[in-house]
Design a protein around this ligand. Structure first.
Ligand code: ADP
Length: 161
């Protein structure tokens, strides 16, 4: 069977159980999955690039065909560089659709041979995003069920409690 390499791009600030759900599904479907942090100089993330690389590596350690990386610039250029034929995005709700649809059509125009594939997480993660986790964790609210233990530890260190 043809080898299919998929890139899963995102900010992952920090990675949540929703992201992990998508990564595990992708790992079952594709030969190789590269989870890649989009480094964007306009955004000021809570965690540095190195911290996010470490966190993603740690929580995907059990998945043999998952690699972790980062990139700057256009996603299609990066996908070409790592020989990926698929880009993965998570779809939580209709509200994600318009933006994702526009991005996917734009990327398709830039490189028609790379397909975007949308995966839906378990419904219990449909409302979950990183900014919610950051906001709750900042006030020491209970975020156990949204993130792996290692990420909880890192959030506690970051917020100093
Ligand atoms: P971005 O800044 O590109 O939205 P994120 O790290 O927030 O980066 O998300 C990366 C991808 O993961 C996006 O496709 C997003 O829709 C998806 N995603 C984020 N949270 C979840 C979740 N709880 N369930 C499923 N997919 C998710």
């Amino acid at each position: 069977m043809k080898k299919i390499t998929a890139v899963y791009p995102g900010t992952f600030d920090p990675i949540t159980n929703g992201h992990l759900d998508i990564i595990e599904r992708a790992s079952d479907l594709f030969s190789e999955v590269i989870v890649s942090i989009a480094v964007n100089s306009n955004k000021k993330p809570l965690f540095t690039e190195d911290e996010r690389l470490d966190m993603i590596r740690n929580v995907t350690d059990h998945l043999d065909n998952v690699k972790v990386d980062s990139f700057k610039g256009l996603l299609v250029n990066y996908a070409e560089k790592v020989n990926a034929n698929v880009m993965i995005r998570g779809l939580r709700a209709i509200s994600d659709f318009e933006y994702e649809f526009q991005m996917s059509l734009t990327n398709k125009r830039l490189n028609p041979s790379i397909n975007t594939i949308f995966l839906m997480p378990n419904e219990k993660y449909t409302y979950l995003n990183s900014s919610l986790v950051r906001e709750l964790a900042q006030y020491n609210a209970n975020v156990n069920e949204f993130i792996p233990d290692y990420i909880l530890k890192k959030l506690k260190e970051k917020f100093g409690y």
